[in-house]
Design a protein around this ligand. Structure first.
Ligand SMILES: [Zn+2]
Length: 134
């Protein structure tokens, strides 16, 4: 079973970021190490949603590059993509699923409606994976 591992501080940082960006969607790159089935988050790289949209997000190519450079410097890899749904449940949209195919790491979604935080992986099917607070 795959899971994504966050510290309580990292979880708080993501939720605070999401609430701070409302009514727009928020986003972040999660950097860390994958050990067996566990995607361990070690560093959060908060990004701007250049769409400024309530229903979509885009991370600029410049910020993506910065995120990957930071990962390389810290000897980490991309272990997750975070974004929020201010007005809907924490379930990937059809657009999300399209992008998940190109970014086969766990996707964490925060719902501003009920404060749910859920993680998903898209392999051949979409599966929800557990979020472990370490
Ligand atoms: Zn989404």
């Amino acid at each position: 079973m795959e899971c994504i591992v966050l510290t309580q501080e990292e979880k708080n940082e993501l939720v605070t970021h999401a609430i701070g960006q409302q009514p727009s969607e928020s986003c972040a790159m999660l950097l860390g190490e994958k050990i067996d089935g566990a995607w361990n988050v070690k560093e959060i790289f908060l990004t701007e949603n250049m769409d400024n949209s309530k229903t979509n997000f885009t991370i600029s190519p410049e910020e993506l590059l910065k995120g990957y450079q930071l990962a390389e410097k810290m000897h980490l890899e991309l272990v997750g993509v975070f974004h929020s749904h201010p007005n809907s449940d924490a379930i990937p949209s059809s657009t999300d699923k399209k992008f998940m195919q190109n970014n086969p790491v766990p996707w964490i979604i925060f719902s501003g409606v009920n404060n749910d935080l859920k993680a998903y992986l898209l392999d051949s099917d979409l599966v929800e994976i557990s979020i472990k607070i370490d």
